[in-house]
Design a protein around this ligand. Structure first.
Ligand SMILES: [Zn+2]
Ligand SMILES: [Zn+2]
Ligand SMILES: [Zn+2]
Length: 253
């Protein structure tokens, strides 16, 4: 199973519009971060985790291939703003979209034309599935367990797939969730910046502490702001086994 980081930037992406800092003006492609999303692929299966506003740009260079499911973490625009752009992939079949109840309701509200009784020709054909934390779902040969994390006051979903766990936009996590993360070897988790603290996102130090707590072999930080600094320099500031993810990075799990 392969995970590709489609985007590793926070909600406004990097470069930040109008910013002239050294990261935003860097020529190193590692310093360009589209909005956070990922793709899981095996021989038979392609799954998206989130589908943000940069989806079209993220998928354009990749082979055109059926999308077997979209796992949504939460309703924020930087995670769902590209769903309409899956339209061409619906030629290959309807697409199953998995999300918690609040996110399902939010999607029906923001994309009403996708979920009505009589669909306008050409709209994305999406089958919405309301999923619950800890209730596994199956997509082809993959068994996926949703876990719940807190994004400030908002409960959102992370996903466990085999030895991989993918968590974004987390601030805190309940003890109850930890058993579902046992045995994770590759952890993807959000880290906004070094400091100052943020009300709904972890910092780098929190992400490192979390990775150590989970005992993941490798931890990849995502949902990063330009305040992380130049990728080439920042990467060396992390302990062994921790990495800043970057757009286009692929890991084998
Ligand atoms: Zn976000
Ligand atoms: Zn900047
Ligand atoms: Zn969010």
């Amino acid at each position: 199973m392969k995970l590709r980081f489609l985007g590793t930037g926070t909600s406004n992406g990097v470069p930040v519009l109008g910013c002239q800092c050294e990261v935003c003006t860097s020529k190193d492609p590692h310093d360009n971060r589209l909005r956070t999303a990922a793709m899981i692929e095996t021989e038979q299966t392609r799954i998206l985790i989130d589908c943000g506003p940069d989806f079209r740009q993220q998928i354009l260079p990749l082979p055109f291939r059926k999308i077997n499911g979209i796992l949504i973490t939460h309703i924020h625009y930087d995670h769902v703003g590209g769903i309409d752009d899956v339209r061409p992939y619906c030629m290959l079949g309807d697409i199953d979209v998995f999300a918690n109840k609040a996110t399902c309701q939010g999607l029906q509200h923001t994309l009403p034309y996708c979920f009505g009784e009589h669909l306008y020709p050409g709209v994305p054909r999406l089958n919405l599935h309301n999923i619950e934390p800890h209730q596994p779902l199956i997509i082809n040969e993959l068994r996926i367990t949703p876990i719940e994390v807190m994004h400030g006051q908002l409960p959102i979903l992370g996903y466990r797939i085999g030895k991989l766990a993918y968590i974004t936009d987390m601030k805190t996590i309940s003890e109850v969730e930890l058993p579902y993360l046992e045995g994770v070897e590759a952890l993807v988790v959000n880290a906004l910046r070094w400091e100052p603290e943020h009300h709904s996102h972890q910092l780098v130090s929190d992400a490192i502490a979390f990775g150590k707590r989970i005992k993941a072999k490798q931890t990849y930080l995502t949902h990063l702001t330009h305040k992380i600094g130049l990728h080439a320099e920042a990467e060396h500031l992390l302990p062994e086994g921790f990495h800043f993810a970057y757009d286009g990075l692929e890991i084998e799990v």
